[in-house]
Design a protein around this ligand. Structure first.
Ligand code: 13P
Length: 346
């Protein structure tokens, strides 16, 4: 597959004013989030929730692509229309999560390695036939006293690069997601060092595996202090550290960088993305946008609670977060924009 066919898709995924919506929670993760708000953990509840998301009126104004899970890409709306068609008709590009999850890494207590390379070529062919145009693979890096180890970073970077090469062969744009977790009490500077090492290793492996950088999207975590760190840096400090780290480690040939939210409060994730675009807009060679799951979906999920009567209000909350993040992608988000949804939800 020539890189030329991947480039238009990659560019469309990070188009001006748009970002990605991750709705690819695995069944256990989705069930855990349902359980917290009292929603039954059934296949029908998951289908119904995903239908609410993909049928949100106007979502395509702000969302370029959605990342689906294996169960979801095979599902349809109540009227029998396949989700892939609902999504495509809304002007949104369907994508698919293809890793099979992060497992304990042998010999490396506290560290994980992402699995899913076996049989991946055939699975990618099937997803492409179903209408997916991009894919996602998430690697997880944990910061603690003596970790991450060099071996964990290298093993995960190698798997990400082999996945990305297979995606491009199948005509799918790979989203390469090395997530450095926010868990822990470490300061922002430690996250900066680890993120820089992880990104450099990932791009070295992508080069070794002959991945065309023009036909991929990077999905990193922001450079943040650990959740339990007593010093929580300002918006500007986070923006400066994150973009400085990316400028040092991410080649200019990559068309776009789309952040995960990682459990940050949703308004803070939006404000941080906005600060980066506001402060660095003219100095960044790539588009800088979002690929959030929780920071877009969480308010909608909490409003929906599994009840049809709440579906309209939940869709309004989802639309609102998509709109705020779209503004942040342009550096035009203002906290006053949040007042609007407070009045919608009450
Ligand atoms: P969060 O935005 O909730 O971190 O999820 C993004 C994602 O896709 C994780 O793989």
């Amino acid at each position: 597959m020539s890189a030329q066919t991947l480039i238009p898709t990659a560019k469309a995924m990070v188009a001006e004013g748009k970002g990605l919506l991750a709705m690819d929670e695995s069944t256990p993760t989705c069930n855990k989030r349902f359980e917290k708000v009292g929603i039954p953990q059934t296949e029908e509840a998951r289908r119904s929730y995903r239908e609410l998301i993909v049928s949100t009126p106007g979502l395509g104004e702000f969302i370029s692509g959605v990342i689906l899970y294996d169960e979801t890409i095979r599902q349809s709306g109540k009227d029998g229309t396949p989700f892939v068609k609902v999504i495509t008709d809304a002007g949104i590009i369907p994508g698919i999560k293809v890793d099979t999850g992060a497992q304990e890494m042998a010999g490396h207590p506290g560290e994980k390695i992402t699995e899913g390379l076996d049989g991946l070529r055939d699975r990618l062919t099937e997803y492409a036939q179903m209408g997916a145009r991009f894919a996602k693979w998430r690697a997880v890096i944990t910061i603690a006293d003596a970790i991450p180890s060099r071996s964990c970073i290298e093993a995960n970077a190698h798997a990400l690069a082999r996945y990305a090469a297979l995606c491009q062969e199948a005509g799918l744009v790979p989203i390469v997601e090395p997530e450095v977790l926010m868990d822990g009490g470490h300061p922002l500077e430690r996250c900066f060092e680890v993120t820089a090492e992880v990104l450099r290793t990932v791009f070295s492996q992508l080069y070794t595996q002959r991945v065309a950088l023009e036909g991929m999207i990077l999905k990193p975590s922001m450079v943040l202090p650990g959740k339990d760190c007593s010093k929580q840096d300002s918006l500007e400090e986070v923006a400066d550290a994150t973009v400085t780290c990316l400028l040092r480690a991410v080649p200019a040939a990559v068309p776009g960088i789309a952040f995960l939210s990682g459990g940050q409060p949703h308004e803070l994730a939006t404000a941080r993305l906005n600060a980066m675009n506001l402060r660095f807009k003219t100095r960044m060679p790539w588009a800088l946008t979002f690929s959030f799951s929780r920071a877009i979906q969480q308010p909608a999920l909490e409003i929906w609670k599994g009840r049809q009567a709440n579906a309209g209000a939940a869709q309004q909350a989802l639309y609102h977060r998509a709109r705020c993040n779209s503004a942040a992608r342009l550096g035009r988000y203002r906290t006053e924009m949040e007042n609007h949804v407070a009045s919608l939800a009450s």
